[in-house]
Design a binder for this molecule. Structure first.
Ligand code: ATP
Length: 191
């Protein structure tokens, strides 16, 4: 599939954990189709603000799990606030930014649509629609598995949201059911 990438603006990756967002972007960097500095990732910003990428609260007693979840949400809030500043600045400088986060909740996506509009740049969505079985299978191979329960929750949200994404106001939307054979075609001028 050919994905037409704008000269400047925002490319929003959308998909549950393990759908392959970071892997796709990494392979595009390796192929020199995009620059590593064009990718802004929530995992990396969590590390930047807190030294921690992931907090595992699976199989913990409820009180402890609630506490860890709170901590994770506080870290995420700070990480996204920093990320948004960077994306905003890059839009103002007429740069292209790939945003690597799940973007499963409509408010998260709408924030970036508003940011793109404010800066008069296009925003495209690349939606990774991978079966739940595959997401669970890939989880077993990760250093920090997200856990079946969390993946199932994310997948349910994704399934519900999928049909609305096209109508949310992106310049274009690409729905991918696998990430092989993707070619990014970059616009070389602002038009
Ligand atoms: P998260 O939102 O949790 O960061 P993600 O969508 O960015 O997840 P990746 O980090 O790209 O997902 O991949 C998660 C795991 O799935 C990794 O172990 C990766 O190697 C594997 N994976 C990703 N894409 C593929 C693929 N196309 N084929 C096989 N394995 C894959």
């Amino acid at each position: 599939m050919k994905i037409i990438v704008p000269y400047a603006g925002i490319v929003l990756l959308v998909g549950p954990s393990n759908s392959g967002k970071s892997t796709l972007l990494k392979s595009m960097i390796e192929k020199k189709q995009i620059l590593s500095s064009e990718v802004v990732s929530s995992d990396e910003f969590r590390v930047l603000v807190s030294d921690r990428e992931f907090i595992d609260w699976r199989e913990r007693p409820k009180d402890e799990a609630d506490c860890l979840l709170d901590e994770y949400q506080t870290i995420s809030k700070e990480a996204f606030s920093m990320m948004d500043s960077v994306i905003d600045a890059r839009c103002r400088l007429n740069k292209l930014t790939f945003v690597d986060a799940t973007h499963l909740h409509p408010d998260d996506r709408k924030r970036y649509i508003a940011l793109a509009r404010k800066n008069h740049v296009p925003i495209i969505a690349i939606v990774l629609d991978i079966p739940l079985d595959t997401l669970i299978e890939r989880d077993g191979q990760r250093d920090h598995p997200r856990g079946k329960r969390r993946l199932k929750q994310q997948y349910q949200t994704f399934k519900r949201e999928k049909r609305f994404i096209k109508k949310e106001g992106y310049t274009s939307t690409y729905l991918l059911d696998e990430t092989k054979h993707i070619e990014f075609i970059r616009r070389t001028n602002p038009i």
